[in-house]
Ligand binder design. Structure first.
Ligand SMILES: NC(=O)c1ccc[n+]([C@@H]2O[C@H](COP(=O)([O-])OP(=O)(O)OC[C@H]3O[C@@H](n4cnc5c(N)ncnc54)[C@H](O)[C@@H]3O)[C@@H](O)[C@H]2O)c1
Length: 441
């Protein structure tokens, strides 16, 4: 296996040196003479613990050579790792021009490659937006006249290493992720990374491209959140480090997979109230905390977005399953389902609601008061009997993750075709049929 590495910056030099250390023949490509001269002398072009030792070793062994001649590199390898920069333009847009330059270069070289084994594999390691791999493949097809998946393949393989800990991260990533839709390419990459013990995840190309953005945005969000908490604490004479140390001790709810599954908007008696309280309090002491102060708006946007999706279906009679803020409770306070029902009615839709935990005759106290305030005609909307409920509607919108709703829908008779809008992933394996049509996201 001979590997070309395009770009010898922070990511490229680590990948090139470590793959060469594993015994692969690696050719590094970069237009920058200073970087090339440095590597030729056995010195890394970037500062990073342990990288100099590896570069010096692999250069001496002849496992790594570097050049600006991309044509030579492509003609003498069968895999290319693309590690060029993807910087921001002034307006924030990502500049993918360096990536697409390499596509043109590789396309031109493949066109004239002698003894072509009819297979060349390109791994995009640079962070690039979903859709980049497809465009990349188009450019190569145009420049080479070759056919994707027959003569060459392009795969997304995002890099997760952190500068300062790069060698360790390269050998011990959280997982190796590839967006790859060809079994043959997958097996070659599995073999190439066989020295890495981490889980190997194969997914769709755009999913893999998305992942690095999700990771980095989440990391940035965590830093921003912790620093906003720190600013609030400082203003109130509280030790934020102690607060966050205790916060991260909760591995059950705080630092865990909880609250990270896409679904319907949040509501209930605690989250909206407490986020609003912290936002209000911070504004009243002239503290600008844009992340915290915009959470409620973001949640509201999610309800608006759900409404738009439903309205697009142009169905007149809609059934909502779940009126409480989540399943397993009868708490209606700040329920996003109530907000959705209200907006559907404002948009002149006929709406019926089924919620096992809400019985008109048993409504008391705050729940009754809240429902009367929000949906004054609630007694005409709520339907106790699921059979009657399904008879009345043409589309069902699921807002609570209640397995009973799943059972009810699965056991429906075949009187009419029902559209199902599943906002809570109650039907992860749903397949549209003559009786049901799944619309979702
Ligand atoms: N730096 C990190 O910690 C890190 C971590 C994970 C992912 N990434 C991603 O990896 C990519 C590379 O990041 P980096 O920090 O190594 O960038 P960098 O700017 O340090 O290096 C990019 C290199 O690509 C070279 N280059 C430009 N056009 C070229 C071409 N046509 N052929 C060959 N080489 C070319 C440049 O001369 C430069 O040396 C980016 O998409 C980045 O977002 C970076």
């Amino acid at each position: 296996m001979k590997i070309a590495v395009f770009g010898l910056g922070y990511i490229g030099i680590i990948s090139a040196a470590c793959l060469a250390e594993q015994g692969y023949k690696v050719i590094g490509v970069d237009p920058d003479d200073v970087k090339l001269e440095s590597v030729k002398k056995g010195k890394s072009p970037v500062i990073e613990p342990f990288i100099n030792e590896i570069v010096s070793k692999v250069i001496k062994l002849g496992h790594l050579e570097v050049t600006k001649d991309y044509d030579y590199a492509v003609k003498n390898t069968n895999i290319a790792l693309i590690c060029v920069g993807t910087p921001s333009l002034e307006n924030g847009q990502v500049d993918l021009s360096f990536i697409f330059d390499t596509a043109r270069q590789i396309g031109d070289s493949l066109k004239n490659k002698n003894n072509f084994e009819r297979e060349y594999l390109i791994l995009i390691r640079s962070t690039s937006l979903p859709g980049t791999v497809d465009k990349y493949a188009d450019i190569i097809q145009k420049h080479s006249g070759l056919k994707l998946k027959h003569d060459f393949d392009v795969i997304s393989n995002p890099e997760f290493l952190r500068e300062g800990n790069a060698i360790n991260d390269f050998y011990n990533p959280p997982y190796t992720l590839i967006g790859c839709e060809c079994k043959k390419s997958e097996s070659i990459i599995r073999q190439m990374y066989s020295f890495i013990e981490a889980p190997f995840i194969v997914t769709k190309i755009k999913t893999a491209e998305m992942l690095k953005y999700v990771n980095n945005t989440f990391h940035a969000l965590k830093v921003g959140f912790a620093n906003e908490i720190a600013r609030f604490c400082k203003k109130n004479g509280i030790d934020s480090r102690e607060v966050m140390n205790i916060f991260i001790m909760d591995k059950k709810l705080n630092i865990s997979e909880y609250y990270l599954r896409p679904g319907f908007a949040f509501g209930g008696s605690c989250l909206p109230k407490d986020v609003k309280a912290l936002s209000y309090e911070s504004k009243s002491i002239q503290l600008d905390l844009p992340i915290i102060q915009n959470i409620v708006d973001s949640n509201q946007n999610h309800i608006e977005w759900a409404l738009e999706l439903i309205l697009k279906e142009k169905v007149e009679t809609i059934g909502v399953m779940g009126l409480t803020f989540k399943n397993g409770t009868d708490d209606l306070r700040e329920s996003p389902s109530i907000m959705l029902v209200k907006k559907l009615i404002e948009n002149e839709k006929k709406v019926f609601v089924f919620d096992r935990n809400i019985k008109i005759s048993k409504l008391i106290d705050q729940n009754k008061k809240y429902l009367e305030e929000q949906l004054k005609d609630y007694s005409k909307i709520l339907v106790d009997n699921p059979e009657h409920f399904f008879k009345k509607i043409d589309m069902v919108v699921i807002t609570n993750r209640d397995n009973e709703y799943r059972e009810l829908i699965m056991n429906l008779g075949n009187e009419k075709k029902l559209k199902i809008f599943d906002f809570v992933n109650l039907f992860p394996d749903f397949k549209s049929s003559d009786l049901m049509e799944g619309i979702g996201w």
